[in-house]
Design a protein around this ligand. Sequence first.
Ligand code: PMP
Length: 368
Amino acid sequence: MTLPLRPDLIGIEPYGAPQLDVPVPLNTNENPYPPPEQVVADIAASVARAAAGVNRYPDRDFVGLRTELAGYLAVESGADELRAENIWAANGSNEVMLHLLQAYGGPGRTVLSFAPTYSMYPEYARDTFTTYVAGTRTPDFRLGAGHALEQIAKVRPAVVLIASPNNPTGTAMDIETISAIAAGTTDTGPDGAASLVVIDEAYAEFRREGTASALSIRPGHPHLVVARTMSKAFALAGARVGYLAGAADLVDALRVVRLPYHLSAITQAVARTALTHAPVLQEGVAALRAARDECVAWLRAQGFTVADSDANFVLFGTFTDRHRIWQGLVDRGVLIRETGPAGYLRVSIGTEADMAAFRGALKEVTGR
Ligand code: PMP
């Protein structure tokens, strides 16, 4: 007997970086600093309170959490026009973006992104029966407005997905480019509609001085949405909370495709408590940004090609046999990611000790 698995899923491996038990895990762009004791205690207390009412379904519209996320973005990016009705959240920004494609993609429609970029984008497309088109960037992984708009005009995508800072390259787009893309996409979608422009800012809090968030121009563009996550800067990857800011009617449409009560009472409690401790939880961000800049400079001094990074990871190369380098590092207890363009490797920024271990292992393996 065979089971009627969809033909397009036969033989497909599930997405995921290797989860190996190593002393120095630098492969999934996590924040290496666990929450301080006081925050752990507060989270535990809020979970206990939620547990006492867990016989009931949670607040389906999670208005409290949405209001507080709007408050966070007002402080973080000056987006003080945001209200609960502009915010959506789900189990990681992966689920947020899946909701976007469920509502705005679909059969007969296309989502356009620009490679190399986040490897989950084609999977959201596959899972929503949306055609995925991988557009291109320049060889230094940048994306100019003219180049992007040319590709958009050709493809006429319902959705344009742009990670900025981009994964796995770390490169961010300047705000003038995002602005020009938004201005040029008001009628490039299906049947003369706009293309929905999604700026995936999972790594926004790590951006360098002078790099603006797309939130700063969002109010003028109802078809522009900014996705964020608590997995990185908030050091909350295990809690699974992502969110977005967009026009109220766009958010409303997402309520149609979400499963009822998709955000558990426990998740809501954890996220809301974490938000009250945002400054403490993000204390490590400044250190990580500094360590990122040091890592870029060090790798360049060793003679590697290194992409500019506004994120908490660095893409470097090039190696004729990157797998050998990756394996050599694993053998020394340092797990990085074999991903991105041919010949490149990606390292997440860890603690000072993690980075020292990475530098030592890389020197040994490459003989530099
Ligand atoms: N966007 C980008 C560019 C990412 O790199 C990631 C995580 N690796 C995500 C979104 C999703 O993160 P999460 O689901 O944990 O919010």
